[in-house]
Write a protein that binds this ligand. Sequence first.
Ligand SMILES: NC(=O)c1ccc[n+]([C@@H]2O[C@H](COP(=O)([O-])OP(=O)(O)OC[C@H]3O[C@@H](n4cnc5c(N)ncnc54)[C@H](O)[C@@H]3O)[C@@H](O)[C@H]2O)c1
Length: 155
Amino acid sequence: MKLLVTGGAGFIGSATIRHAMRDRGLSVVNVDKLTYAATPEALEDCADSPNYTLVQADIAEKTNIEVVRFICAWMDDRYPEAGAHEDLIEFVTDRPGHDLRYAIDPTRIRDELGWAPRETFETGMDRTLAWFMDNEPWWRAIRAGRYDGKRLGSK
Ligand SMILES: NC(=O)c1ccc[n+]([C@@H]2O[C@H](COP(=O)([O-])OP(=O)(O)OC[C@H]3O[C@@H](n4cnc5c(N)ncnc54)[C@H](O)[C@@H]3O)[C@@H](O)[C@H]2O)c1
């Protein structure tokens, strides 16, 4: 059996993983952001095992479809007369060089330069979407000229 542990490089997670692997013989996938709280050295015994996989990722990260649904809900809220925007979602096959995720880890600029974001995902998206809707002539001209919305990067 394979066990998925999130935050497994922390205090409780690493003890759970050690127990699962050593005492129960389980395979473990550990999804951990490796924040300041992580102590991956607590898993040194397990690290080289073929039954252990560490995936450095943020479990709070949004998936592409979550972002699309956020945009649809925002549009529904502003333009209810246009109907349910989620009905416009179309699932297509990935392009050969498809980007699976866009993410940055700002830990260093946060810790070393004291940077902090001024916007949350929600406030930033709200301002961005409002800008596009308030500047429709700008993007309409692009859609009418050099980019008509065709899918790029696939044959
Ligand atoms: N330790 C306790 O006595 C205790 C008691 C009750 C509840 N809890 C809760 O249990 C949980 C684990 O506790 P702990 O003591 O092991 O914490 P911890 O701080 O030692 O470890 C947390 C781990 O989660 C990782 N992490 C943080 N944000 C993440 C994200 N967005 N995506 C992926 N990984 C992320 C960190 O890198 C770290 O390795 C916490 O929610 C804590 O509040 C702990």
